[in-house]
Design a protein around this ligand. Structure first.
Ligand code: GLY
Length: 370
């Protein structure tokens, strides 16, 4: 079974294929993009050990030769030194402007390789083969590419859309449970921001998806990607509506900074906690029903992911410290913090009209419950 979502961006349009067994079919799917039967693949150590041979076989089956480079796994690879190493390697491999580069991995590899492709010879095409749930439902789609700077995360980058995305849902079977559940934070975000029915479907079926049910996994990825595609089509470069995808992220970025971007808190876990807090703020402002935050929390609890600040091990700054970190978010525009709030589950909107004292109160209560 395979699903396809089309991202309609004119001359930058592309397909996202979703289903099991896509690595094995990668050759036939990538071949129509190629002028010569050769691709350069970049992956990381963990993913390469599990999936690089599968990709090689899939490409070979269609007569496509592959050269590959394997980088260290982890966030620190998304940095200037590895960008340089990647671009220079691609030049060493004589990758031409009409060639295709393949990113095989999670969000770090997808963002780094996408950016390398964006700047190599002023832009070559690239294919995303996302191997984590988070990358399949979020980072591989929509063309945000980049690296971190000592000044902060994702501060250097470019919009560069992939030419194809292959989301092989069988590959998700090799994820650790914690990584799958962290990716789930981004899945539930889509229901919360724009599709109440999807949230209801997740309440009933997400535990099946987590347990490995392939149909449930395919539907969860497909519906997430459909929603992302629709938002990206409306607002590719985040002048407005694309910011909806940042539901929960202002809190999340502050919590990630407070925990030193360590494995005390994975990005998707921060998104789940951040979504619950955004609904708490919305409820306090009288925007959404009072029962929404607890409904969201009880679903996240049932899934076994992080939900509350008390689920983060170790010390955290006080409410003012967290507010200061939130004010450093790159979504600050003209000194005003843009929040994504909601009028109910599935009805998010962007606003800068949020009272700092109210947010402080929500954070104080959340911290006191630790
Ligand atoms: N991950 C948010 C976006 O792609 O806009």
């Amino acid at each position: 079974m395979q699903e396809t979502v089309h991202v309609g961006l004119g001359d930058r349009a592309y397909d996202i294929h979703i289903g099991p067994g896509l690595l094995a079919r990668s050759g036939e799917l990538i071949a129509p993009l190629l002028r010569r039967q050769r691709v350069a693949v970049i992956s990381d150590e963990n993913v390469a050990a599990l999936h690089l041979d599968g990709l090689k076989d899939g490409l070979q089956a269609a007569g496509i030769e592959m050269v590959s480079k394997v980088l260290p796994a982890g966030e620190s690879t998304k940095s200037w030194p590895y960008l340089t190493e990647t671009v220079e390697w691609l030049l060493d491999q004589k990758v031409e402007r009409s060639d295709v580069v393949v990113a095989l991995g999670g969000g770090v590899i997808g963002d780094l390789v996408g950016f390398a492709a964006a700047v190599l010879r002023r832009g070559v095409r690239f294919v995303q083969i996302p191997t984590s749930l988070l990358a399949q439902v979020d980072s591989s789609v929509g063309g945000k590419t980049g690296i971190n700077s000592p000044h902060g995360k994702n501060l250097v980058g470019a919009f560069h859309q992939p030419s194809l995305v292959l989301a092989d849902t069988a590959v998700l079977g090799t994820l650790k449970e914690r990584d799958f559940l962290a990716g789930y934070g981004e899945v539930v975000k889509y229901g919360l921001l724009g599709d109440f029915e999807f949230f209801q479907w997740l309440e009933k079926n997400a535990s099946r998806a987590a347990a490995g049910d392939m149909d449930a996994r395919i539907y969860a990825v497909k519906r997430s990607v459909e929603m992302k595609a629709e938002i990206v089509e409306r607002d590719e470069t985040e002048q407005g509506d694309r910011a909806l995808l940042n539901l929960g992220h202002t809190f999340c970025h502050a919590l990630e900074a407070a925990t030193g971007y360590s494995d005390r808190l994975l990005h998707g876990e921060g998104v789940a906690i951040g979504c619950a807090l955004a609904f708490e703020v919305s409820a306090r402002m009288g925007l959404c029903p009072q029962e929404d935050p607890s409904r969201i929390r009880s679903h996240l609890r049932e899934m076994g992911t992080k939900v509350d600040l008390s689920d983060i091990p170790g010390d955290l700054p006080d409410a003012d410290g967290l507010l200061d970190l939130m004010a450093q978010d790159k979504k600050v525009v003209a000194g005003k913090l843009n929040f994504i709030l909601a009028r109910g589950i599935g009805q998010a909107f962007v606003t800068s009209d949020v009272d700092r004292d109210l947010v402080r109160g929500v954070l104080q209560e959340a911290l006191a419950a630790r």
